[in-house]
Design a protein around this ligand. Structure first.
Ligand SMILES: Cc1ncc(COP(=O)(O)O)c(C=O)c1O
Length: 480
């Protein structure tokens, strides 16, 4: 260490900012791993880190657009095979003409290839495909909905970047606030903290499956008003993180009416829209209909059944962009400015986002394999969630509310030894079993309650081994 160096004064907001999913428990897990311990990383929704297999369709196309010469090579090899059909190879050993065609088409439309910056908002053809996807998903009808507009769609390097763009714009002064559900995904608290804004908590009702209503929202809003906070927006995460809960329609209606009345922007984090295991996902865009509330919706390639977290892709869609005080610009223009400063989102992320919104169609050759792989991932996830929930029923004082969605369970620990916290519990669980979870306090929780969040991602075989150990650990820990 250089001793004569003067300490730097840095942004105090960043000094204070917290991010539990990469906090002390995962840090301890990394230390234990270095010492040779087997760690089961359930602290983060990072599916491929736990063995989830990438979708063939996405990876084949991505590899071909990254190395276009392989398209011609693949065709040459196939021609050789056709001339010499007695070889040991089979037709399935070659990348299909359909995939080669899609890859070629992407390269043609992107014009400048994978190594060049794109437009700040992302490639136009991808934004068009996203608009089409949104309209199809929401059964768009001009009589009761808004047509998704490619000009109001921004490709982002993961949904996280989209959230930061919006939070940066909304918070102008220290008393500007954004309402967030408690418990929340710490991206929101951290992004608000970073720009020196005010986090305004609202508390969905855990025992009713994490639903909320007007009075829950109004209470939070009124309290913030009394504290001098100017609330600008409200975040909703559906399906939820960390709760995993799937939002009911009435909560959605109440939230939209509430936002309308108080002129708030809705930030709908819908990155888990494919992770609804029973029933159907309902988007805020659809719920809004022809309503005039400003709405930002976020989606990502990181979750669902793709799990392409490392490739950093996603999009932000804006509806009813508000005008800007003292300016001729509107919110879309300013988001564009934000995007321009980042130049553009990653091109592999853009391509994977394109493939996410343009999966193989039913009559295409790739469809069957795509469907099988998709269903395998989603069925496995659901089965794993059920296995973990069943284990909770054998743990003293553990209750888990809400329909299963997203990639997480957020059980409440009703019994903990005197003087201990959920942080202590999770740390002890890690030390004893290698299971790395996150303490409920890392997401915020109602005063006096204790929880943990577990991502239901480990392979079933591993869960079968570790769940009995967890049950044993739990029942011993709480009986202290
Ligand atoms: C609710 C929620 N929003 C956003 C993100 C960020 O995802 P991305 O990888 O797309 O940045 C996550 C990641 O876990 C999340 O859980």
């Amino acid at each position: 260490m250089i001793t004569d160096q003067k300490p730097f004064a840095v942004n105090p907001n960043i000094l204070e900012m917290e991010y539990a999913v990469r906090g002390p428990i995962p840090q301890r897990a990394a230390e234990l791993e270095k010492q040779g311990r087997k760690i089961i990383p359930c602290h983060i929704g990072n599916p491929q880190a736990l063995g989830q297999v990438p979708m063939t369709y996405l990876r084949q196309v991505l590899s071909l657009v990254e190395e276009p010469s392989k398209i011609a090579r693949e065709r040459q090899l196939k021609a050789l095979f056709e001339e010499n059909p007695s070889s040991n190879l089979r037709e399935e050993d070659f990348i299909s003409e359909e995939i080669l065609g899609i890859s070629q088409d992407i390269l043609t439309k992107s014009v400048t290839g994978m190594g060049a910056y794109t437009a700040s908002k992302g490639h136009y053809f991808i934004r068009e495909a996203i608009a089409e996807f949104i309209n199809q998903r929401d059964d768009f009808d001009p009589r009761n909905g808004i047509n998704a507009d490619p000009e109001k769609i921004f490709l982002t390097s993961g949904a996280s970047q989209g959230v930061k763009f919006v939070v940066d714009l909304l918070i102008a002064k220290g008393n500007d606030g954004i309402m967030i559900p408690i418990p929340q995904y710490p991206l929101y608290s951290a992004s608000i903290k970073k720009v020196g804004g005010t986090q305004v908590n609202y508390y969905p009702d855990e025992e009713q499956g994490w639903v909320f209503n007007r009075s829950i929202l109004e209470d939070a809003y009124t309290k913030a008003g009394k504290d001098g906070v100017n609330v600008k927006g409200i975040v909703v995460i559906n399906p939820g993180n960390p709760t995993g809960a799937v939002l009911d329609e009435q909560s959605m209606v109440d939230l939209i009416e509430f936002a309308q009345e108080h002129q708030l922007m809705i930030i709908a984090d819908e990155v888990y829209q494919e992770n609804v295991y029973q029933g159907k996902f309902l988007s805020f865009a659809k719920g809004l209909g022809t309503g005039t509330v400003p709405l930002v919706s976020l989606h990502s390639i990181s979750k669902g059944f793709l799990g392409e977290c490392g490739h950093r892709g996603g999009y932000l869609e804006l509806r009813n962009p508000p005008k800007i005080e003292n300016s001729t610009m509107d919110f879309t223009d300013l988001l564009n400015k934000q995007a321009s400063v980042s130049l553009c989102s990653s091109t592999p992320g853009q391509v994977l986002t394109y493939l996410m919104v343009k999966p193989p169609t039913e009559n295409s050759k790739s469809y069957q394999r795509y469907l099988e792989e998709k269903q395998k991932v989603l069925n496995d996830l659901h089965e794993k969630a059920v296995m973990i929930r069943e284990a909770f029923s054998e743990m003293d004082g553990v209750e888990c509310f809400g329909e299963t969605g997203a990639l997480y369970l957020f059980p409440r620990l009703n019994v903990l030894p005197e003087g201990t916290t959920d942080f202590d519990y999770c740390m002890a669980l890690l030390e004893k079993t290698g299971l790395c979870t996150v303490n409920g306090s890392g997401f915020g929780q109602k005063e006096g309650t204790h929880h943990l969040r577990i991502a239901f991602l480990p392979p079933k075989e591993l869960l079968k081994q570790v769940l009995p150990e967890w049950i044993k650990f739990h029942n011993q820990y709480v009986s202290k």
